[in-house]
Structures are given as structure tokens and as C-alpha cells.
Design a protein around this ligand. Structure first.
Ligand SMILES: C[S@@+](CC[C@H](N)C(=O)[O-])C[C@H]1O[C@@H](n2cnc3c(N)ncnc32)[C@H](O)[C@@H]1O
Length: 322
């Protein structure tokens, strides 16, 4: 395994300065993928014109958003300012979604500060009254923090809302069913749960315990990213709440996990990030996957051709409209 990672690109100014010249997109640009029609914009999710530029007149069946909820990007903003900002991109999503569609948001809860901004976000969604609440999913991390004086913090929250009555395709985990019981009479015959079930595996329910957090040894790792969601979690959402050919939105691309999952499952993803470096990372991840079949760079990185002089996978496609 190579040991050639990039540092965190949101904070390392020197690394940012060296990578920016290799980024195809500047503020306001949208890249359109010639092969599958995906779009990546260097745009502001809170700006209605920007989101119109990204989505146009298309309508999405699914949105999967992962905003910078840990307030790293909002150090000088209060919780209420953060929620006002969230309300904008929630409304923009709603404007570009089908009457029957699914809306997912990953959101943290600060246990040192009254679990903000999770409750405030939920209240905002209730008051806005655009989507109906459907489930609160918790994904369990393998690694946690604060183990000695508190319950180890291992959870990531995923809010699931709907507009209208969207399709829901039940998924199964790779965890086998092991518990017998739950006897029930079916057609006069006593049956137990294992013989009645549609699968030998359990459904994830709304507590997901079968998904490995991304770390540097995994193929899907995109070094330089600091908030990458595991592909398996995005695959689960995409395959449950959209169909082949559907448009999927993600206004906070970062490592491009939703774009890659959409490509793998024959959906079309319209995504954006305010940072041109993460836009480039997202585009390169797709190109790298098409060229090599690999989902990330493990402990190597996306700019290796320019920084270290290695060969490129494919010549980059140009920006198609600005
Ligand atoms: C938590 S990360 C998303 C992680 C992503 N789900 C993944 O798996 O890689 C949040 C991203 O939102 C971007 N961002 C912050 N403010 C934004 C805005 N106003 N519009 C669009 N993107 C923004 C940040 O640059 C960052 O890359």
C-alpha cells in the first residue's frame, strides 16, 4: 500500500494553493459528464440561482445532503444562523424534486451543547412543512471518542423525510438471521420467522451496524477529504429511494460519494460543492473509477499525476458551461 496521502484540504493552505491551479472549475462553473450526464457545479447550495443552474428544469426523485454540520465552516455563526442557512438549501431541494420523492440529511448532534443543531433542524423542518418526517436512522461507527467518562460516541444521524409517496425498495444487510422464534400461523400451519422471511439476511432497520467507516487502508479512501461517507451507506440510500435513470441531488459533494454511487447504480447525479478542490476531487473520483474500477485512492491521492509526476488515468474532460 502506498503511503502518499494529502493533508486535510479545508485547512492546509499550502496544499490548497498547490492544488487549485489543477482544478477545472471556478465559482459558478458546471461540469457536465459526457458519458452519463452527471453534473458537478462549483456552486453555493444556499443560492437559488446557483441551484437552478445546477438542476435546470429536471426533477429529482432523491436528495442526499451532508452539510458541514459540525460547524467547522460556521465557526463565527450561531445555531440559528446555521438553521437559517439550512432552510435555504432545503427549500431549493424541494423546488427541484418530484412530487413523490425522498430527502435525506446527515446531521450531527453536539452532546456538549444540548445536541445542537439536530433538534433545531428538526423544528425548522416541522415549521417549514415541505417534507414529512419518515425515519431517524443511526449509523454506528466502529471507532468512537470519550470512552472513559461517558458512553462512547459512535453514532451518525441520518434524517429521512418524504414529499408525497415515493417508492421504497427494501434492502438487506449482509448480516445473517440467527434468531428463531416469532411463531405465527399461516394457512393453518405453524411457521417461524426464518421460513416466513424473504431473505436469509436481516434488514438494516433504522440502526445501521454493518457499515465500516472510511479509513486510509480502504480502497474507497479519498485522502484530503475529512468527512467522507462510506459508499455502502450511500448505496443503501440510492438503491432504496431511487430507480435507474432517476436524478439524484447532493448539494455538498466533497469526496463525490453520491456521484460515484449514482454512476454504479445507473442514476444521474447533480452535485455541487462550494470549494473548487472538492469539485475537482469529485470529478476525478468518477474518472478514476471508470479508468481503473477503483472507488478511491486508498492512501495515495487524486492529484498524483501533477504533484508526483505519475501517469494520469484519462485526459480530463473540459468544463462544458460556465
Ligand atoms: C460534510 S462534507 C460532505 C461529505 C460528503 N457526503 C462525502 O461523503 O464526501 C460538506 C461539504 O460541503 C461543502 N460546502 C460547505 N458550504 C457549502 C455551500 N454553501 N454550498 C455547497 N457546498 C458547501 C464543503 O466544502 C464540504 O466539502
Amino acid at each position: 500500500m502506498k503511503n502518499n496521502p494529502l493533508p486535510r484540504l479545508d485547512t492546509d493552505q499550502e496544499a490548497r494553493a498547490s492544488l487549485l491551479p489543477f482544478c477545472r472549475l471556478s465559482k459558478g462553473d458546471v461540469w457536465i459528464d459526457e458519458q452519463s450526464g452527471h453534473r458537478v457545479g462549483c456552486l453555493d447550495a444556499a443560492n437559488a440561482d446557483d441551484m437552478k443552474k445546477l438542476v435546470g428544469d429536471s426533477k429529482a426523485s432523491l436528495a442526499v445532503h451532508d452539510p458541514p454540520y459540525n460547524l467547522v465552516a460556521f465557526e463565527t455563526k450561531s445555531v440559528s444562523e446555521f438553521i437559517d442557512w439550512c432552510r435555504k438549501w432545503v427549500e431549493h431541494s424541494h423546488d427541484h424534486m418530484l412530487d413523490d420523492s425522498s430527502f435525506y440529511v446527515w446531521l450531527g448532534a453536539d452532546q456538549k451543547d444540548h445536541f445542537q443543531p439536530l433538534p433545531q433542524f428538526m423544528m425548522m423542518m416541522q415549521a417549514l412543512d415541505r417534507f414529512n418526517a419518515r425515519s431517524l436512522v443511526t449509523m454506528r461507527n466502529q471507532r468512537g471518542y470519550g470512552t472513559q467518562k461517558n458512553w462512547m460516541a459512535v453514532r451518525q444521524e441520518l434524517l429521512y423525510y418524504i414529499k408525497g409517496n415515493p417508492a421504497f425498495t427494501v434492502q438487506y444487510t449482509d448480516i445473517p438471521k440467527i434468531l428463531r422464534g416469532y411463531y405465527k400461523e399461516v394457512d393453518g400451519k405453524k411457521t417461524e420467522n426464518l421460513e416466513r422471511s424473504k431473505s436469509d439476511n436481516i434488514r438494516p432497520g433504522n440502526v445501521w451496524v454493518d457499515i465500516q467507516q472510511v479509513f486510509y487502508r480502504m480502497e474507497e479512501n479519498v485522502s484530503g477529504c475529512f468527512a467522507q461517507k462510506p459508499l455502502k451507506s450511500i448505496d443503501r440510500i440510492v438503491t432504496t429511494s431511487s430507480q435507474e435513470g432517476d436524478v439524484v441531488l447532493d448539494f455538498f459533494a466533497h469526496s463525490g460519494a453520491t456521484l460515484l454511487s449514482s454512476e454504479m447504480h445507473q442514476r444521474v447525479c447533480y452535485t455541487c460543492d462550494i470549494d473548487p478542490i472538492y469539485c475537482e476531487m469529485t470529478i476525478r473520483r468518477l474518472e478514476h473509477f471508470r479508468a481503473t474500477g477503483r472507488t478511491g485512492w486508498q492512501n495515495d491521492h487524486a492529484f498524483v499525476s501533477e504533484i508526483d509526476g505519475d501517469s494520469v488515468d484519462t485526459p480530463p474532460q473540459k468544463v462544458l458551461f460556465t
